[in-house]
Design a protein around this ligand. Structure first.
Ligand code: DAH
Length: 222
C-alpha cells in the first residue's frame, strides 16, 4: 500500500512527544500518559506518535505514508495488562485529498487481514489531542462473531486501536498547510493484538523470556 517504515529515538524531546502533537505544557491530556522524564525537556517516549512530527519535519511538505514500529515507556505498575515498556505501531498518511473514508478503508483492510475476512469494524467517537475527529476502532468479535462471549465481554465488539484525521495544528507545526493538505493517523499496541489473537492472558509473557512461551511463535518468512 506504499508505506515506508520510519523510526525515531526512544529517548525523545518533550517537543516531539507532546508539544508538536498539539499537547502544549500543562495540557490535561498529558496525564493520560504517565511519563519517565530524564530532564525537563527530555523523556522516554510515551508513544510512537513523535515519529509523526519528526517525519513531517523531514519530508518538508512532500506527501508520504509511514508505519512506525517501536518501543514506548509509561510510568505504570506492571500487571497482567500493563507494562512500563511495551511496543506500538503507528501509521500516518499525509497528502492532498486524504479523507476519513481512506482511513476507514485502510483500517477495514487491516482488521480483515489480521483477524479474518469476515470481521467487521466500527468507529466510535473518541478524543486524542493530535487528531480531529478522533475515533476508536472496534472489530466484531472473532470468537463469537458478535453474539457476546468472554473475549468481547458480552458486547460483541473488541477495541483495537485509536485513529483520526490529523489535527490542523499538527499539520501546521509539521510544516504543512492544513488548507491544502490533510492526513490520517492510527496507533495500536501489538502486544494487545497478539494477546487477543492468541489468547495470551498476561502481557509480561512477552518480556520474561520463558522459552516455552517464545517457542510457540515462528517468524513468518517474507
Ligand atoms: N498515541 C496514542 C496513544 O499512545 C495512540 C494513537 C491514537 C495514535 C490515535 C494515533 C492516533 O496516531 O491517531 O495512546
Amino acid at each position: 500500500m506504499g508505506y515506508e517504515v520510519a523510526e525515531g529515538p526512544e529517548v525523545e524531546k518533550d517537543y516531539y512527544n507532546f508539544e508538536a502533537l498539539n499537547l502544549p505544557k500543562g495540557h490535561p491530556a498529558r496525564d493520560m500518559q504517565d511519563s519517565f522524564y530524564i530532564t525537563e525537556d527530555i523523556l522516554l517516549r510515551t508513544h510512537t506518535s513523535p515519529v509523526q512530527a519528526r517525519t513531517m519535519e523531514a519530508k518538508e511538505g512532500r506527501p508520504f505514508r509511514i508505519i512506525c514500529p517501536g518501543k514506548v515507556y509509561r510510568r505504570d505498575n506492571d500487571d497482567a495488562t500493563h507494562s512500563h515498556q511495551f511496543t506500538q505501531i503507528e501509521g500516518l498518511v499525509v497528502g492532498e485529498g486524504i479523507r476519513m473514508s481512506d482511513l476507514k478503508g485502510t483500517l477495514d483492510l487491516f482488521a480483515k487481514k489480521m483477524f479474518g475476512e469476515d470481521r467487521e469494524i466500527r468507529l466510535r467517537p473518541s478524543y486524542f489531542p493530535f487528531t480531529e475527529p478522533s475515533v476508536e476502532m472496534d472489530i466484531s468479535c472473532f470468537k463469537c462473531g458478535g453474539s457476546g462471549c468472554n473475549v468481547c465481554k458480552g458486547t460483541g465488539w473488541i477495541e483495537i486501536l485509536g485513529a483520526g484525521m490529523v489535527h490542523p495544528n499538527v499539520l501546521r507545526m509539521g510544516g504543512y498547510d492544513p488548507e491544502t493538505v490533510s492526513g490520517f493517523a492510527f496507533g495500536m499496541g501489538p502486544e494487545r493484538i497478539a494477546m487477543l489473537k492468541y489468547g495470551i492472558d498476561d502481557i509480561r509473557h512477552f518480556y520474561t523470556d520463558d522459552i516455552r512461551f517464545i517457542a510457540q511463535f515462528h517468524r513468518a518468512e517474507s
